[in-house]
Design a protein around this ligand. Structure first.
Ligand code: GLU
Length: 441
């Protein structure tokens, strides 16, 4: 069975970059009728926070990205110890005692000599006696002994990859304080949870190389790997520092619609055009990892607005019922009102602004040169119940009386009635303006 996982660390809020990973893994699992696991990579007890773990789940639920299974690494520490023992038994795990400062010094020396800063494995040369001595001084950390061959895989996005293991440091899997690091935990989980496909950011390519060897050393089956390109800003600038400002919960608070966000992220960076979809089922249908390329993917948060506006415009009066009730739109006006304003809302919240306008009226905007014209026009406005034909009849009468036409005729009237140069079709809005006012009197 196809099994994928999304494995965020609960050390912060999810942002658009994380969403890309989550969505790809979700879509692959759903398209194959497989399983999608949400795994919380919470082995770092200091930085992992329950409130972030909750927020991650809330954000995914908001988007409808449901998971079949929830796992927490903190509950599986014994599994990682067992795997560490097996690596030790197989002679692939060794204890090191360098301090961070010493390691840093080694790296600098290597770089000065024009060599790649790869760990020199000097801990391997320690005798049992000196190891015992070192242990009295400080706790050792544990590295996986890479087999210095080329590590190769066919990446689902990047194509054929070949990495020389000799150019990579033996990864530390357990820290001196006993903390199991992500690489070991992730590999053990991927094996034991039967993960078949791993999609993650291109910043993990080197991790993948080492993980393939660890999986093999543990006798696991290597999943299919794919690495998506990282997001950049609209000008190609690095986004990593700004991702914090692109948290999913902030986008939600700004009124961005889930399907607008998902539709964009499911296509951005692919050879397929971004198309607004009405449901996750449609996204699943149209998704193919093979459409994605290796080039950095430009992301512009502004692109979410027109997509959100189109999503909102397509909502039916029933979809908006709750929002309208909250805004105080009376039931008997809801259908006509939503019909009038749906094309003029970027977010659902804009509906409430239009309702406030209908209910309270606008501060009229009247240019001095239009003052007389507007006064005359208002005198001609029919009394009593206004309907969808009133605007046409009225503006015709005003046209006859004033000789104005086109924009010179319509714009001053719109500005006088709504206080804004743009907005809903006036023939739909005008009856609402009067009904809402009469109703609230
Ligand atoms: N917790 C890791 C991260 O957020 C997971 C990477 C992976 O998918 O293996 O970067």
């Amino acid at each position: 069975m196809t099994t994928t996982r999304f494995a965020p660390s609960p050390t912060g809020y999810l942002h658009v970059g994380n969403l890309r990973t989550a969505l790809f893994n979700y879509l692959i699992a759903r398209k194959a009728g497989g399983q999608f696991i949400l795994r919380l990579d919470d082995t770092d007890p200091e930085r992992s926070k329950p409130e972030y773990a909750n927020a991650i789940q809330e954000d995914l639920e908001w988007l409808g990205l449901t998971w079949d299974r929830l796992e927490k690494q903190s509950a599986r520490l014994d599994r990682y110890q067992a795997a560490a023992d097996r690596l030790r038994g197989a002679g692939r795990f060794y204890e090191c005692f360098e301090t961070p400062v010493e390691l840093d010094l080694k790296r600098k020396k290597q770089l000065n000599m024009g060599k790649p800063p790869v760990y020199d494995r000097s801990a391997l040369a320690l005798s049992d006696a000196s190891r015992a001595l070192m242990r009295k001084e400080r706790a050792g950390h544990w590295r996986f002994l890479l087999d210095q061959t080329r590590i190769e895989w066919v990446d689902g996005i990047l194509g054929q990859i070949s990495i020389d293991a000799a150019s990579v440091s033996d990864p530390v899997l357990i820290r001196g304080d006993g903390q199991v690091l992500y690489t070991l935990a992730s590999v053990v989980d991927d094996i034991e949870m039967g993960v078949t496909h791993v999609v993650r950011g291109a910043d993990h390519v080197t991790n993948t190389a080492t993980q393939i060897q660890i999986i093999e050393a543990l006798g696991g089956k290597v999943p299919a790997f794919a690495h998506h390109s990282l997001l950049t800003g609209p000008e190609g600038e690095a986004l990593s520092k700004r991702l914090g400002t692109l948290a999913l919960r902030d986008l939600r608070a700004e009124g961005i619609e889930p399907m607008a966000l998902l539709s964009l992220m499911a296509r951005l960076g692919s050879s397929q055009p971004v198309e607004l979809r009405g449901s996750l089922a449609e996204l699943i249908e149209g998704f193919d990892l093979a459409d994605f390329g290796a080039a950095p993917t430009k992301f512009d948060v502004e692109d979410l607005k027109p997509l959100t506006a189109r999503t909102v415009a397509a909502l039916g009066v029933d979809d908006m019922a709750e929002d309208m009730a909250k805004a105080g739109v009376p039931d008997d006006l809801a259908a006509d009102f939503w019909q009038a304003v749906r094309e003029n809302c970027v977010t659902r919240a804009d509906m409430a602004d239009w309702w406030a306008l209908c209910r309270d009226g606008a501060e009229p905007v009247i240019a001095p040169e239009d003052a007389e014209f507007v006064a005359e026009a208002l005198r001609l406005l029919p009394k009593g119940q206004l309907d969808q034909n009133t605007w046409a009849t009225w503006t015709n009468a005003v046209k006859q009386a004033s000789g104005r036409k086109g924009k010179a005729l319509f714009m001053p009237l719109r500005l006088a009635l709504t206080g804004r140069p743009h907005g809903p079709d006036m023939s739909k809005l005008l009856p609402l303006l009067s009904k809402a006012k009469n109703g609230s009197r």
